[in-house]
Design a protein around this ligand. Structure first.
Ligand code: PGA
Length: 250
């Protein structure tokens, strides 16, 4: 039986003062929830803040990106080791905003995936199709190719130490959620694709759904057999909503 995981993706939101208020409420709301795992992925400058606030709680933390190199002349970049210095467990890799707005290819995403694993971080590897791709009927080809990029370089053994997040691009921040059945179909496809290489890894793999998950729709999504939790954007910034989603994962 896979344990559910709920991860908040703060994106480029937050300030020291508002983070304190949000974290205090989330810590109090999630404290009693022992049957699932929880985390928040925050902007780099706030890693120290979340480390000190979350270290004695049942909420883990992580970053939203990293650079694939260990160190060097890469102005503005952050290495995997810098994230582990701040106690990160997770790092989001290949989010569609990184792929779309920052032109990250499947090759870059898989290099980052590899670098995260080498540093002992758990990558949350994002895959998902655009609306045009869904309408053209190529969702499985697109998601399959994104997944193959990491399977080819890290293999199923690499994926065994990672989390996958299926995030249809058309559902992110749009208020348009994939129906539980639509999401389940792609989650099952992902598990099946991994099973072709290693059925044990596929069976144990945690596959999150992301894309306009809210307090009101989380329970029905999490009830699907291949949906193991959620990657939550907008609703992770509202304490009551995030706590309600965490509760739905119990
Ligand atoms: P959303 O974002 O919940 O605001 O749609 C999800 C994500 O991008 O991870």
């Amino acid at each position: 039986m896979r344990r559910k995981l709920v991860v908040g993706n703060w994106k480029m939101h937050g300030r020291l003062s508002t983070n304190t208020v949000l974290l205090d409420k989330v810590i109090a709301g999630v404290r009693e929830l022992q049957r699932a795992d929880y985390a928040v992925c925050v902007p780099y400058p706030y890693l120290s803040q979340v480390q000190s606030k979350l270290q004695a709680t049942n909420i883990a933390w992580g970053a939203q990106n990293l650079n694939q190199f260990e160190e060097g002349a890469f102005t503005g970049a952050v290495s995997p080791g810098m994230l582990t210095d701040f106690g990160c467990r997770y790092v989001i890799i290949g989010h569609s905003e990184r792929r779309g707005l920052f032109h990250e290819s499947n090759e870059i995403a898989s290099a980052k995936f590899d670098a995260a694993l080498k540093a002992g971080l758990t990558p949350i590897f994002c895959v998902g199709e655009t609306l045009a791709e869904r309408e053209a009927g190529v969702t499985e080809q697109v998601v399959g190719k994104q997944l193959d990029a990491v399977l080819d370089c890290a293999g199923p053994k690499g994926l065994a130490k990672a989390v996958v997040a299926y995030e249809p691009v058309w559902a992110i921040g749009t208020g348009k959620t994939a129906s539980p059945e639509q999401a389940q179909a792609v989650h099952a496809f992902i598990r099946q694709r991994v099973a072709q290489q290693d059925s044990q890894v596929a069976q144990a793999l945690c596959i999150l759904y992301g894309g306009s998950v809210k307090a009101g729709n989380s329970a029905e999504l999490f009830a699907m057999p291949d949906i193991d939790g959620g990657l939550i954007g907008g609703a992770a910034l509202v304490a009551d909503d995030f706590v309600a989603i965490c509760r739905a994962a119990q």
